[in-house]
Design a protein around this ligand. Structure first.
Ligand SMILES: [Zn+2]
Ligand SMILES: [Zn+2]
Length: 433
């Protein structure tokens, strides 16, 4: 039996096989009122499940318990100078685990590293408690490949807060996001697989136990080590990384391309251990640098390069400077063109009508002050009294071809050439000119 799927207009006789329309609140892609309120945080491309079934409770717990614990620590624990210095140092250590390790080494293969450095970076990255390197790098490759589209796991097109944190608070539609993405190498790397298999104990040790032990054993501040070098430091590392998906796609310049939302910004670089030159990075992702200029703040680049002096990292990849400069110049040209488009350069050549010699002469005889300059008919009526050389000098030329005089009798300025083009009214018919 075939079932009719379309709906009859109101008042029409219902056929016996009439199918009721689906309830409006069950329609695919419809957002519940609560989700609509949270749309700024949760984005829109996350299916039609009720909100409570869509939340990723593990992520929600982890991302709210850490700032809460940090606050408890700040309210209950004495702040010690040594612990705070260590917390800042450990922020950079674990931050570099993400930027130099997870991101530039494992996700982008922007350089190579010896096993010792690879393991160290995997441990440092685990200390940032952002998931296993395999999971992280896979999502990040999808982000680059499908940037700003529904397949981008943290698409900025879903809003600043979705890109920052919202994408982790909802369950991702694994069938929709980021496929295909080539991740074979991540599965083939024994160290990445080792970290993935043992992720939880490694991450718990590196994120919390290790900093607690360091502060406890060396200056007897176990509580401070846990709360400040562990938890509070982790909150900062988290949001530092999250800013690469939000702020780095929001604020700054499109220095190399305006085809995506990624931006270059020194402010973003300062809060992301050097990942703020994101426009460059999206254009040249396999370059081990983000801040390509020597003066740009990119401690991750410096870290990778310093290790290379000792042979611990090698094959540091750089995009050819020729290609980098091309991108920058193309964007500069685009900006220039758009500035130029705002000015009056005179009518476009193609838009000007043709004028015959007879027409020209009769108009001049009727008192219109026309001259011919470079095959164009130029109406100087409004300008002749303003002519810097004086009206008298110009008068004898009315009705004549002034091309020669314009250049040789007096070598006119670029400004004069630009100005006369705005007075063009026609093109002279070639045979008549
Ligand atoms: Zn990005
Ligand atoms: Zn990247």
């Amino acid at each position: 039996m075939t079932v009719k799927q379309s709906f009859e207009p109101e008042g029409a006789a219902s056929p016996s096989n009439f199918v009721s329309p689906p309830r409006k609140d069950k329609m695919e892609g419809e957002l519940t009122p609560l989700t609509l309120k949270l749309q700024w945080l949760l984005g829109t491309n996350h299916g039609d499940k009720p909100l409570l079934k869509r939340i990723n409770y593990l992520h929600l717990f982890l991302l709210t318990i850490t700032p809460t614990l940090a606050l408890i620590g700040l309210l209950t624990t004495k702040i010690r100078y040594e612990t705070m210095v260590f917390a800042v140092v450990y922020y950079y250590i674990t931050g570099l685990g993400i930027t130099a390790g997870y991101h530039r080494l494992f996700a982008h293969k922007a350089y190579e590293a010896c096993d010792f450095v690879k393991v160290l970076l995997l441990l440092m990255g685990a200390g940032a408690f952002e998931g296993s390197c395999r999971w992280w790098a896979r999502d990040h490759r999808a982000h680059h490949r499908y940037v700003d589209t529904p397949k981008d796991p943290y698409a900025f097109t879903n809003g600043f807060w979705y890109a920052h944190i919202g994408w982790m608070l909802v369950k991702q539609d694994k069938d929709k996001i980021g496929k295909p993405t080539d991740v074979d190498d991540l599965y083939e790397d024994p160290w990445i697989q080792w970290q993935h298999r043992n992720y939880l104990p490694i991450a718990l040790f590196c994120a919390f136990i290790f900093p607690t032990l360091v502060a406890g054993i060396f200056w007897n501040d176990y509580a401070g080590g846990y709360f400040f070098a562990g938890v509070l430091r982790l909150v900062f590392v988290h949001h530092s990384t999250f800013f690469v998906n939000s702020l780095a796609h929001y604020s700054g310049n499109s220095t190399y391309s305006d085809q995506h939302t990624a931006k270059n910004s020194v402010i973003t670089a300062l809060v992301t251990v050097g990942e703020g030159y994101h426009n460059f990075h999206h254009e040249f992702p396999s370059d081990y640098r983000n801040g390509v200029k020597w003066y740009q703040y990119d401690p991750t680049k410096v870290f990778i390069r310093v290790l290379s002096y000792f042979g611990l990292t090698y094959n540091l990849k750089k995009f050819p400077d020729n290609e980098i400069q091309k991108g920058a110049l193309q964007m500069k040209m685009k900006a220039l063109e758009s500035s130029m488009a705002k000015l009056n350069w005179g009518p476009k050549v193609d838009s000007l009508p043709f004028m015959s010699k007879e027409d020209f002469d009769s108009k001049v005889a009727a008192g219109v002050k026309l001259v011919v300059l470079d095959d164009f008919v130029v109406d100087v009526s409004a300008f002749i009294t303003e002519h810097p050389g004086g009206e008298k000098i110009m008068k004898p030329y009315i009705g004549k071809n002034v091309s020669n005089a314009f250049r040789t009798v007096y070598k006119h300025s670029i400004a004069a050439k630009n100005l006369q083009a705005t007075f063009r009214v026609a093109r002279m018919k070639e045979k008549d000119n």
